[in-house]
Design a protein around this ligand. Structure first.
Ligand code: CA
Length: 247
């Protein structure tokens, strides 16, 4: 039981009763349309960032990961589908395409690149907002948000991608076994995962004495993900017990 106080200073937790707190990144080079989108989204309580080019949009998405992206396909510096492909190397954020083109080929190309939905210009603002709400609802399902951070790396279990934010362009690639091991650990944040459980999940029963397998693959994960691999802060060893992901 907990008492309910009339204290208005807050601290009750939960989200604001009015408006959204979701951040939407709008990528559109047509000033009038961009302005209309910004006004309508802000009026409904969304936080809005906007970009008029693909490159600035990608930089903004990396700097402040949005909850959804509205993306014009015809941008001055690059094709919208290429923006999606580059986003998909590190994030599963919902992407709603604003297509101004007559043919269906570009929309199919955008969906193939990883877009989630599209509206064709000229679209009704109500339709666009309804599509956006649907995408955000879908993304709010507990099992679908699967992005974690280790050091300078963001790990997306859906797209199985790692993106690094330390300015180094060298991509991080994990092996199949590293992914499976990492996923088991990330799904139990802060909790000890025993060596025997990891071994039996990864290599099947009867492998519990092969803890050197785990040491080998854990060394690989730390080398790729930890800022200071010999002194890991997130992928921790519990001597004689197992491993722990410390968020
Ligand atoms: Ca355009």
């Amino acid at each position: 039981m907990r008492s309910i106080q009339s204290d208005t200073a807050g601290g009750s937790g939960g989200s604001s009763p009015r408006g959204n707190t979701e951040r939407v990144l709008v990528v559109e080079d047509e000033p009038a349309l961009l302005r209309a989108l910004e006004i309508n989204l802000r009026a409904r309580g969304y936080q809005v960032s906007s970009s008029a080019t693909g490159e600035t949009a990608l930089a903004e998405a990396a700097r402040r990961p949005p909850d959804a992206v509205l993306l014009d396909l015809g941008l001055p510096d690059m094709d919208g589908s290429d923006v999606i492909r580059r986003l998909r190397t590190w994030t599963a954020v919902p992407v709603l395409v604003l297509s101004g083109r007559a043919g269906s080929g570009d929309k199919i190309g955008a969906l193939d690149a990883g877009a989630d939905d599209y509206v064709t210009k000229p679209f009704s603002m109500e339709e666009l907002l309804a599509r956006l709400r649907a995408l955000l609802r879908r993304d709010a399902q507990p099992s679908s948000r699967q992005v974690f951070t280790i050091g300078h790396c963001t790990i997306d279990l859906v797209s199985r991608s790692v993106t690094r934010h330390d300015g180094d362009a060298e991509p991080v690639r994990l092996t199949r076994t590293e992914w499976r091991m990492l996923e088991i650990l990330l799904r139990s944040p802060g909790q000890l995962v025993s060596a025997s459980r990891l071994l039996s999940e990864l290599w099947g029963p009867g492998t519990e004495d092969r803890t050197y397998y785990l040491r080998f693959h854990m060394a690989g994960l730390r080398r790729k993900l930890e800022e200071d691999p010999p002194r890991p802060k997130h992928l921790l060893t519990e001597p004689g017990m197992g491993y722990r992901y410390q968020p």
